[in-house]
Structure formats: C-alpha cells, structure tokens
Write a protein that binds this ligand. Structure first.
Ligand code: TXA
Ligand code: MG
Length: 318
C-alpha cells in the first residue's frame, strides 16, 4: 500500500490509473473516506469486500463525477430524484434507483436497484473525472473501515484500520479531514414517493423543500438491504454508553456547554451540531487509541443533522 499525502495532478492520474488497473484507492469525500474500486470490475470489487470483511450481499454505492452520469447506472428515474440530484449533488446524498444493465449483482448485492452519489470534495471529484476520462464508468466506494466499525474521517484512520489488508499496489490518498464527518443521507427513489434509508446532512426538511411535498416517515423498506440499517454498526472497540456522565478513567463526548466529570477523559467538546458530526468519529477512535473500555456520550439535541448523529450513536451503542 502506498500513502500519498501530497495529492497533485500527477498523484490523481496515478490513482485513476490504479483504479482502472483493478487496484483499490482509498480517497476522501466530504462525508467520510471511501475505499474505491472500479465498479465494473468484479475482481476489484471482491477485493473491497475482502478488505472490509463485509458480507457480499451488502450493496456498494457507486460514485460518479456528475449528474450527467446518472443514466449510465440507473433507469426509470423519477422526476423527484432528478430534482434532488440537481439540488444536492455534488453533496452528501445517495440516491437508490432502479439499476441499469451496467450495475451487476456484485455491486447491488443481487438487488434490482443501485446506490449513486456525486461527492462534494475536490480531490474526489478530480479522481472521478480522471477515472471517467480513462473510460471508467464509476467508482464503488463503501466507507474505508472494517465491517461494523467506525467510518474513517482522516487518512491516518484509514491506514490504521486497513493497512494490513491492502495490497502493495493499492493507494491511500490524503485529503485532510472530512468536512461533514458522517455518512451521506440515503434516499430510496424506487417508489412513487421517496423514503429515507439513512439520515445524514441532507435533512428531511431540505428534501421536503426540494421535492415540494412531505416525506412519508412511517414507511419501512423491508425489501431493501443496507448494512447501515443493521442495529449494530459504527462501533469502536470501547463500549459506547449514551446519556450518562463518565466516571474517572472513562472517555467523555459532549457539547462544550457540558463540563467534564472529574477524572473523565474528555475526547471532544464541539460547540454546535455541525462540529459534533465532524469530530465524532475521530473522538470515538481516540477512545480506542487510548485503550479506553467505556466512552460515555451525551447525544446532541435538535432535529435535522442531530437526528443523523443520534442514528449513528444509537447503533454504535447497541
Ligand atoms: O457518505 C457515504 O455514503 C460514504 C462515502 C464513502 O461516500 N459511503 C458509505 O458507504 O457510507 P457504505 O457502504 O459504508 O454505506 C452505504 C450504505 C450501506 O448500508 C449499503 O448497504 C447501502 O448504503 N446501499 C448501497 N447501495 C444500496 C442499494 N442499491 N440499495 C440499498 N442500500 C444500498
Ligand atoms: Mg460504512
């Protein structure tokens, strides 16, 4: 594995070529780091599953450089999905759409739909554009962590987590800290009206404003498989316990307005929900770096982004 910290144009073309040659490239997005592979190359994609230790019936999101690539991968796209894509791409939103012929079972986990996203990160967009200029169609990229673990928001976290599983030709591109810090909002666009499969920084309110109607929040998509929907996920090694104050020697994550209990190890003190999302995963990882056995987290208040943070915290604490 090669770690590239100075991602010049040369580094990006090297990475695009590595993808085209069937190697893996971990790269930054605005949400979390992704572990990328050519989404049409079955061998490369199977390597992604092996490196992550992820069951192969869990589908991968295909990353594309712009909305113009959407019809390569999806068919029967509803008008509201086009509206969402126009309003929020590039950005932290994944659309689940009826798949085209290009999306094979090894990408979709055998389902009839495909997840698509245009990330809003300069390095990621440059890599995707360069890959497409070499004839590539899209980059499959799950979060660059082992299955069930916390998503990485720094390149160091990617290498700590995956170094020993990557091959010598695989690359990790450093692009600094991820600006959003939690994974994209996933929207199921295979019905007449959209439903939210995973909350994120594109909030229900933003979606409702875009499509001009209310979301049905009671729908259960029992036929959709998404590993982020598993109860246990996003977990550090330390046990995560919510809404209790930390005892001496335990880790503590809370808004800056909540003071640190005596003897507790303060892992972060964000001042608002945006910052909470951005720093949360590194704070959980720091708990593991310090070998803490318990991390107490005071969940943030509010809706929108706070709902997405709570979703991750409830699952990491299961
Ligand atoms: O922000 C993100 O979405 C990041 C960055 C790298 O783009 N990616 C990410 O991928 O979080 P992953 O694989 O860790 O989580 C994607 C979730 C999984 O739960 C997967 O099962 C679900 O999306 N998913 C992907 N394709 C799907 C599909 N066709 N149908 C239903 N769920 C799908
Ligand atoms: Mg993930």
């Amino acid at each position: 594995m090669e770690f590239i910290s100075n991602c010049t144009a040369d580094a990006i073309s090297k990475a695009a070529k590595a993808l085209k040659d069937g190697h893996l490239v971990a790269f930054p997005t605005e949400t979390v780091y992704g572990l990328g592979a050519d989404a049409t190359n079955e061998n490369a994609v199977s390597q992604v599953y092996a490196v992550k230790g992820r069951p192969t019936d869990h589908p991968l999101i295909v990353h594309i450089s712009s909305i113009n690539q959407i019809s390569k991968w999806a068919i029967d796209i509803p008008d509201y999905a086009i509206k969402l894509a126009r309003d929020f791409w590039p950005g932290p939103m994944t659309l689940i759409l009826k798949k085209s012929e290009l999306a094979k079972d090894f990408i979709t986990g055998g389902q009839e739909n495909v997840g698509l996203r245009v990330p809003n990160q300069p390095l990621a967009l440059a890599l995707l554009a360069e890959f497409e200029s070499l004839g590539g169609q899209g980059v499959a990229a799950p979060s660059a962590n082992r299955f069930g673990a916390v998503s990485p928001t720094t390149s160091l976290a990617v290498s700590e987590e995956l170094e020993k599983y990557l091959d010598s030709n695989d690359l990790i591109l450093d692009g600094g800290n991820c600006q959003i810090g939690i994974e994209s909002t996933i929207i199921n666009c295979t019905y007449i009206t959209p439903t939210i499969l995973r909350p994120g920084a594109i909030t229900n309110e933003m979606i409702e404003n875009s499509i001009g109607s209310k979301l049905n929040l009671n729908t259960l998509d029992s036929d959709i498989k998404a590993s982020g929907l598993l109860d246990k996920h996003y977990s550090p090694k330390a046990r995560v316990i919510l809404n209790m104050l930390a005892k001496p020697g335990e880790g503590f994550i809370a808004m800056a307005s909540i003071s640190t209990p005596v003897g507790a190890i303060r892992l972060t003190s964000p001042t608002n929900n945006q910052e909470f999302a951005r720093v949360l995963y590194e704070a959980l990882r720091d708990g593991d770096r310090f070998n803490l056995s318990e991390i107490k987290v005071m969940v943030p208040e509010g809706n929108g982004l706070a709902d997405a943070i709570k979703d991750r915290l409830y699952k990491s604490a299961e």
